[in-house]
Ligand binder design. Sequence first.
Ligand code: CP
Length: 333
Amino acid sequence: MAEASGRPAVLPRTMHQRRHILDLDDFSRDEIVRVFDAADSMREVMQRDIKKVPTLRGKVIVTLFYEASTRTRVSFEIAGKALSADVVNLSASGSCVSKGVSLVDTVRTLEAMGIDAVVVRHSASGAPYLMAQHLRTSVINAGDGWHAHPTQALLDLYTMRGHFGALDGLKVVIVGDVLHSRVARSNLWGLHTMGAEVVVCAPPTLVPAAWRAGCEPQVEPPPSRLLPPVRLSYDLDEALPGADVIMVLRLQRERQQSGLLPTLREYSRRYGVNAARVALARPNALVMHPGPVNEGVEIAPDVAHGAQSVIEEQVRNGVAIRMALLYQLLGGR
Ligand code: CP
């Protein structure tokens, strides 16, 4: 049922109104909880026969993806449409971007057409921040370079909360190519804010240099002021006992060509998550992966599709979280 304002009665009013979603480093614990509470209501909408509410009728959202995406782009489109917004998808190859028009000029052109929000993915770290400086329109970071992927981290945290009720005290082991992972960085902020203990596990060549400098495995925190404290381990078998969550990161195969890994076989042997390694964690531990998954490299197929895997649930929750964020940015005004 909708109120006169068009806001579904199930949704709480937002207390704090933010303009942009750029990373989780400026999200308070209360704000993250409010996103989760709104996502609970959105999940209920998505379980109806008619998955549509009028909340964002008349709003226009543009998705602007300069890099490939399946999950993030499509879930934003589904989320916007379920809230009755008009969603326009623009890819770099199908726009004036391919004629050399700058990012800022592109989004200024879009803004002149009266859009309300732009969801952007870009290979350059910081691109959404540049846009936010030049636009009145809301900017949502859908992944910038190696830097941040805040909506992925929120859906990851929301999935954990769905299983454990709260994140305080959970032990989360993030394993894989942390160096190049925007997912890992945003999760570190969110997990830290929500009170989880994080262990990062990777080969030394796939850990940011600032974390390694003077930092032997097992020493915390890493000497970096750019991220919250984490424990670093180079040994997955040592890191896993007591883990509530194993978050596996995609191994970006191109890293092998750049000399950061000896062979994929060696990587899988030392850092691949297989059934024997899952058994080292707590019995009810969750296995997570943001996707896309390289089965047989960073995760064994039987683990990716096994009873402890919540990879599909993460994708499902991605729609509810993105609906919640769009509602809070555009609907609570
Ligand atoms: N997790 C994630 O960002 O997936 P996509 O690249 O498919 O959007």
